[in-house]
Design a protein around this ligand. Sequence first.
Ligand SMILES: Nc1ncnc2c1ncn2[C@@H]1O[C@H](COP(=O)(O)OP(=O)(O)OP(=O)(O)O)[C@@H](O)[C@H]1O
Ligand SMILES: [Mg+2]
Length: 637
Amino acid sequence: MAMGVGDRDGELDVEKARLLSLAIDFGFDEDSARRCLDRLISLYGDDGDEFITVEHCGDDFLAELAETMNNTEEWDDLHVAESEACGTLTDMFGNNTEDGFGKDYPKMANHGNVSAVYSIPSQKNQVILELDSCSGSESSEDEDVLIGNQSKRSRASPQEMKSKGSSFPSPILGRYSSESAHCKKNLTQSSKSLISSKRHCSQTSGSRQKTLSLMELQALDDMELANIVIFGNTAFRPNQHQACKASVANRDCFVLMPTGGGKSLCYQLPATLKQGVAIVISPLLSLIQDQILTLNLKYGIPSTFLNSQQTASQAATVIAELRKDKPSCKLLYVTPERIVGNSSFMGILNVLHRKAQLSGFVVDEAHCVCQWGHDFRPDYRKLGCLKQNFPNVPIMALTATATHPVRKDILQTLKIPKALVLEASFDRPNLKYEVMMKTKEPLKQLGELLKDRFKNLCGIIYCLSKNECADVAKYLNDKCHIKTVYYHAGLAAKQRMAVQKRWYTGEVQVVCATIAFGMGIDKPDVRFVIHNTMSKSIESYYQESGRAGRDNLPSVCTVLYTKKDFSRIVCMLRSGQGCKTESFKVAMTQARKMQQYCELKDECRRQTLLLHFGESFDKVACRNGSNPCDNCLKASA
Ligand SMILES: Nc1ncnc2c1ncn2[C@@H]1O[C@H](COP(=O)(O)OP(=O)(O)OP(=O)(O)O)[C@@H](O)[C@H]1O
Ligand SMILES: [Mg+2]
């Protein structure tokens, strides 16, 4: 039946009212929304019904509205951080080198003095393995091995372990032999410092300390031993051992673990034990930088990288290393662009494979494969070429953020349908989730929150834009006398490094940052993560808030929320996605879910987060746990 003019007018009014309330609900002001809507309707035709019959006109309207807002906030440009990350790596590894790892590597490795360059090891609590040599004899039969959470001062080499009766594959022994003398010396000194280090440990961490008898030591398999000796961990976390075993058995494997769950170990450890080189595909140079520094400087595992921003001679050095009969590097990090459509690199992989020196592929942050994921990288989509070209080389894919459809897509795209799927719970029981409505004076509210609840504690305050970072930090410093630094990709690389260092060393406890701060951040004792503006998706929120409490001690994740912030997110998404309507719509759907999380009145926030990743979770566990979310706390009051 044809629609009459009156019907159409009525429908248009209803639709206009719906769109206006949508805009208001998303935090836009009513006048701007009304002006924008009238303009759109007149653009679409005399009576405007062409506009309202367009599917998803709500998204189009919001996109248009976002553009008319002339938002002047400076969103962060992660590409800047990326190119500078490469600069840092190049500085460190480029100046030399016969072995492809840079002349500074052995020097820094021996002194363990990395904090001057980058702030990793001195912050790590757990890297140590000490032999209690009170007896004065290094090879004494009844010596125990003490492992625990202490600052890094000495480390036993696998040779030391072997002299105690354990077996260890020769490639490792060979590599560690140069460190042996250094380690032995430290070991004889260790008894003196043992008591003080025990005291230190009990003060700094709630983690267990454990003493292994020789019998226990001998019962360990190579992987368990490497976990202790090389990585300084007391034990495996859930699924790590299985993942390592799958890799050593050349089986494809898909590892799903929460942020900070310890995914890196799942491929770094087997790569160290296996013959040849593991190729690690990672999406960001800054992540690669972090990993390379940690592997070389902290664990002494030779690792290197190839990327498009290296000079020809730097790349040639790495390639020459790979062409050796037995390359000494154990892990080679590349961005996906290096693999996809790069025939010369494929040639190098072929040669490695023929020499039986290609130990496996690792696809880190594997959710980037997925088009509707939050960090889609088109070249990740083409990584199916790995299995096609090297069907017998195992692939390990890892991610912290994957809903069920995303997981399926990852396995399909990488062509590893039969991969062993290792899925740990995404729950982080030590994190308390809460949302607070912003008051009329949100900065004052933030200052009071920090003073009342997080005094002298280390934390991150996430902001949406560069200006917001600087403004919030200024307010906290000037008005609240809380020492605060800020960090975004617009700062020069040197400034960013300096900020990170001040925060890592505890000189400053609070950092206001955009999402540029976080890639590779691995500080164990972050006690709070406050979102001064909500994240753009649940996935991003889970990842950002997940930087709290990596030491498993209680920590708080707070969102300060107001509807108006959602309109800022829409503006950001609009300017970020440009005219790509489809991706804008996907991004909007994700942002709406985040908004729903913020607006939950009674539902358990932990359950909502986990449900988003397809994990069913009984909210009673949150309510009865030691860190219930704000809604569960309210319910049990
Ligand atoms: N078995 C273990 N025992 C103690 N600490 C561990 C263990 N495994 C990993 N860790 C530590 O946990 C921290 C987080 O590890 P890692 O960076 O691998 O996490 P991730 O799962 O890759 O996190 P993200 O999702 O943020 O990338 C690191 O400091 C690492 O040294
Ligand atoms: Mg990781």
